[in-house]
Design a protein around this ligand. Structure first.
Ligand code: ZN
Length: 378
C-alpha cells in the first residue's frame, strides 16, 4: 500500500503503518491539547495507541488462524479505520474460513474479558466518575473491545461477520451462491446503516459506503475465481507466438516486438524446451547496454517457470500473481513448449466466459468454433 512504512516483522508478517494513521494521531493529540492541555493530549494519544494495539492483535488472530491452514500473510497495514491483513488467499473450505474469520473477534473477546477482570467487573456509570484516570483508560479500552467485536460481526463484507455468514451459507449451497447471498445481505445491511446515518450520524453513513463497496468487491473477486474453476492451463494459453532460437541476437527480437503484439519472446532449444524468456524490459535494457548484437541467451530471464498443460488455470494464475511474473511457459508431457500464459490472455478468456449465456459450452473444444458465432477459426 502506498504511503505506509514498515514498523516491525512478526514471524514473516510485516506490520506497516499508514501515513494517514500518523496524521490522525497528531490531529487527535492536537485537538485534545487545545481542549485540555498536555495531559489530555498524552492521555488521548496513549489511548489511541492502545486501541490500535488491540486492532493489531485482532489482525494477528486472523493471521495465526490462517497459518494453521497453510495460508501466509505477507503484511498487515494499520489505517485510521482499522487494520487490514493481506492474506495470500482466503481458505475456501467453509470450516476453515469460519475459524479464520472468528479468530479476529475472539482476540477482542479475550482482551475485553481480561480488562474487565483487571478493573474488577463490568463498568457502571457511578464507578466511572470516581475512578482515577488510569483505570478510566482501561475501562474505556475494555468497552471499545466489546464494540470492536460487535462491529466486526456485522454480517457484511468486508467485516469478519460477512465471512462468517458466507462460511455458514457455503455449507448448504455452493461457494459462489453463498458469496452472492452474503453480499446481498451485506448490501441490505449497508442500506439500513445508510438510512440510519442520514438521521444524524455521518460516521454510520461512512461505514455504510465502506460496507457497500466491500460487498460488491468480494462478489466480483469470487465470480472471477469461479470463472476459472475447472479450466486447465491448456484452455487459456496462447499457442501462436514467435520463438527465438538460442543462437539469435537482441536485434532479431526487436523485429518481433514491432511486427507482432507480443511482449515476451520465449527462447526455445532445438528439442523444444524453454531456455528462458526475453521480456520487453530485458530486451530494451540489453539493447541500451550492449546493442543489437548481444546474444538473447545473455539477455533473457531464466526464472520463468514452465507448467504442465493440464495444470488447473487457477493454480497457475495464483503462482503468476504471487511471484509477479509477466508470463508462464506451458509444456506438453515431453517437456516441449506448447504455449504461453499471460495475464492479458487470461483476462480476455474471462471476458469471453462472462459474455457466454449460462450453460453454454465453457470453451470451444480445440478452437473448432469461434465463441461469438459459427465462423470457423483456423
Ligand atoms: Zn477481523
Amino acid at each position: 500500500m502506498h504511503w505506509s512504512f514498515p514498523i516491525l516483522v512478526v514471524r514473516g508478517t510485516v506490520v506497516r503503518i499508514h501515513l494517514t494513521f500518523l496524521l490522525f494521531l497528531l490531529w487527535i493529540g492536537w485537538a485534545n491539547y487545545r481542549q485540555g492541555g498536555p495531559q489530555a493530549a498524552t492521555e488521548s494519544v496513549v489511548f489511541l495507541l492502545l486501541l490500535f494495539l488491540c486492532v493489531l492483535l485482532h489482525e494477528f488472530g486472523h493471521v495465526f488462524a490462517a497459518r494453521r491452514y497453510g495460508v501466509q500473510t505477507p503484511d498487515i497495514t494499520l489505517l485510521p479505520i482499522g487494520g487490514v491483513a493481506r492474506l495470500e488467499r482466503i481458505p475456501e473450505k467453509p470450516s476453515e474460513e469460519l475459524v479464520v474469520a472468528l479468530a479476529g473477534p475472539a482476540v477482542n473477546v479475550v482482551i475485553a474479558a481480561l480488562l474487565f477482570l483487571a478493573i474488577g467487573g463490568l463498568p457502571s456509570e457511578a464507578a466511572t466518575e470516581l475512578q482515577d484516570p488510569r483505570t478510566g483508560i482501561l475501562e474505556r479500552l475494555a468497552t471499545v473491545n466489546v464494540f470492536l467485536v460487535l462491529f466486526n460481526l456485522i454480517p457484511a463484507f468486508p467485516m469478519d461477520g460477512g465471512r462468517v455468514l458466507r462460511a455458514l451459507l457455503a455449507w448448504r449451497m455452493g461457494y459462489a451462491r453463498a458469496t452472492a447471498t452474503a453480499a446481498a445481505v451485506g448490501q441490505a445491511v449497508a442500506f439500513g446503516l445508510g438510512i440510519l446515518g442520514l438521521f444524524g450520524s455521518p460516521m454510520l453513513l461512512f461505514i455504510a459506503v465502506f460496507v457497500w463497496l466491500g460487498a460488491a468487491g468480494e462478489s466480483q473477486a469470487v465470480q472471477q475465481r469461479e470463472g476459472m474453476r475447472g479450466l486447465s492451463v491448456a484452455e487459456a494459453m496462447v499457442t501462436r507466438f514467435d520463438r527465438l532460437p538460442p543462437g539469435s541476437v537482441v536485434q532479431d527480437a526487436v523485429r518481433g516486438l514491432i511486427r507482432t503484439t507480443q511482449h515476451e519472446f520465449p527462447v526455445v532449444a532445438e528439442d523444444g524446451r524453454l531456455l528462458g524468456v526475453l521480456t520487453r524490459d530485458c530486451l530494451l535494457r540489453a539493447l541500451h547496454d550492449h546493442g543489437g548484437d548481444w546474444p538473447v541467451t545473455e539477455a533473457m530471464r531464466t526464472d520463468i517457470p514452465v507448467v504442465p498443460q493440464r495444470q488447473p488455470l487457477e493454480e497457475a494464475m495464483r503462482e503468476m500473481q504471487a511471484r509477479g511474473l509477466p508470463v508462464l511457459g506451458v509444456a506438453d508431457e515431453l517437456g516441449r513448449l506448447v504455449g504461453l500464459l499471460t495475464p492479458e490472455n487470461i483476462g480476455e478468456m474471462m471476458l469471453v466466459r462472462a459474455a457466454q449465456p449460462a450453460g453454454a459450452e465453457a470453451w470451444p473444444e480445440g478452437g473448432r468454433r469461434n465463441p461469438w458465432g459459427t465462423r470457423p477459426v483456423a
